[in-house]
Design a binder for this molecule. Structure first.
Ligand code: NAD
Length: 442
């Protein structure tokens, strides 16, 4: 129980975790390569270094984050001192996905430990090499009645969900998110659900097309499009569509060469099932670039689809792969109609030089987070909470927000007994008029 009360113990545990990750960094990068040919550059940027920075920030701030926060008291309680205490929930379950398998298991784990919880982590079964390193690091760092990593498939996750938890933190798909929410409801267990959805990307007629294409291609080919915040589909103004598509093609070739299959900078689809789903999504579509694939290696090249029907499967589900549908529009109303035909997205991207349109978009649409004139980079700032809204998720984390997610905020009013103002006590008698005057004055 030391982890619950002793801040220094929590800090030492996180330092131990940091040392273990630093020791195994090369193995983690190798595991990610074995699991789905994740490029080393991306593994460092989005997995190991991301986690290491998160750990360092948490270690540095743990003392101040965990201190009771003094707040202004209410005059109605005069005299008092008022505080918010951060209390660990207790027994926490973390279930993580395969697409950023190290990052999305470790970052919630770091925060849960920092906040003083006991943790059970279930990493994804689809990245066995990375999950095995995670398990090794956890065993090396923590006592098993403090933190444990349980390797297993869906059946194991279902078994874990039958138990009672004090908090469940889930990252994954919308359908599984609903299963988690139902299981949690049985015991009124609080949850964070970090989910996905179709994130739109608008390119208007004022956009800097060359920069837009470069940043969209980057956000889409990262992890071979298997990123929850990847731009899912493009809405481009008719006037600039031709120029934009030409730039997209150019930028794909600049990044990955003429044959991306030969590039070491492009990951593979995670498994046969997901690869077959991608192939099904592009069937009978108007492929204007890419479309090359290899069933043996689960490869699919970055693929541009021109004007897909909004009724097609491609435009019904989150793509989660290197396919980019391009739909042209002429009026803002068309944009609105298409965006509003989906659930609230996890991310939203707008490329424009028109500040008024940017403001209009921000006030008109509800979504988790996003960028003006970039893609995915809002995740790089730990001062910004990251999470969805509606079907794209419940709750948000990163930086101090992560510590807060795993802490119950306990409100405490501390009073002395030397002064006891009698106004609030019955019998109320003639006090009603007096209290009305005081409340009006406050
Ligand atoms: P998934 O929902 O299939 O699986 C996630 C985890 O849930 C895995 O550990 C898996 O074992 C477990 N699981 C699967 N079925 C289950 C069930 N029936 N009951 C209990 N647990 C079950 O998701 P995935 O394929 O690993 O990841 C892709 C999805 O995750 C995409 O939709 C993506 O947008 C989303 N995602 C969201 C974020 C975010 O931060 N918002 C980050 C990454 C991925």
């Amino acid at each position: 129980m030391k982890y619950k009360t002793d801040i220094n113990f929590r800090k030492q545990s996180l330092i131990k975790l940091l040392n273990s990750i630093l020791k195994h960094e090369d193995e983690i990068i190798e595991a990610l390569d074995k699991d789905f040919k994740k490029p080393a550059f991306e593994s460092v940027l989005t997995e190991t270094n991301y986690v290491i920075s998160d750990l360092k920030e948490t270690i540095k701030n743990l003392k101040s984050w965990s201190k009771p926060k003094k707040v202004w008291p209410s005059i109605l309680n005069f005299p008092s001192s008022d505080y918010i205490y951060s209390e660990p929930y207790g027994n926490v379950l973390i279930i993580s996905p395969w697409n950023y398998p190290f990052n999305l298991a470790m970052c919630p784990l770091i925060a849960a430990v920092a906040a003083g919880n006991k943790v059970t982590l279930k990493p994804s079964e689809l990245t066995p090499n990375t999950s095995s390193i995670i398990s090794k690091i956890v065993r090396e760092t923590f006592d098993n009645n403090h933190v444990v990593a349980i390797l297993g498939d869906v059946g194991m996750a279902q078994e874990l969900l039958k138990q009672r938890w004090d908090y469940i933190f889930f990252t994954g798909s919308v359908p599984v998110g609903k299963i988690i929410a139902k299981a949690a409801a049985e015991n009124l267990t609080p949850v964070t659900l970090e989910l996905g959805g179709k994130s739109p990307c608008i390119v208007d007629e004022t956009a800097n097309i060359a920069v837009a294409a470069k940043r969209i291609v980057w956000g889409k080919i990262l992890n071979a499009g298997q990123t929850c915040v990847a731009p899912d589909y493009i809405l481009v103004h008719k006037k600039v569509k031709k120029e934009f598509v030409n730039h997209l093609k150019l930028e794909i070739e600049n990044a990955l060469g003429e044959n991306p299959e030969e590039s070491t900078d492009f990951a593979r689809i995670i498994n046969l099932k997901n690869w077959e789903r991608q192939i099904q999504l592009i069937e009978n579509q108007n492929i204007i670039y890419g479309g090359q694939s290899n069933r043996d290696t689960f490869y699919l090249s970055p693929t541009l689809i021109d004007e897909p029907s909004l009724d097609s499967l491609l435009m019904k589900e989150e793509i989660f792969g290197p396919i980019l549908p391009i739909i042209s529009y002429q009026t803002k109303q068309e944009v609105e109609k298409i965006v509003n035909s989906f659930e609230k997205p996890l991310s939203f991207y707008l490329f424009t030089e028109n500040k008024a349109y940017a403001d209009e978009i921000l006030s008109k649409f509800s979504f988790g987070g996003g960028c003006i004139n970039d893609t995915a980079v809002h995740l790089a700032n730990s001062r910004l909470p990251f999470g969805g809204v509606g079907h794209s998720g419940i709750g948000a984390y990163h930086g101090k927000f992560s510590f807060d997610v795993f802490s119950h905020k306990k409100s405490i009013v501390k009073k002395g007994t030397w002064l006891d103002i009698p106004t609030r006590y019955a019998p109320y008698g003639s006090k009603l008029n007096k209290i009305r005057k005081i409340l009006k004055w406050l």
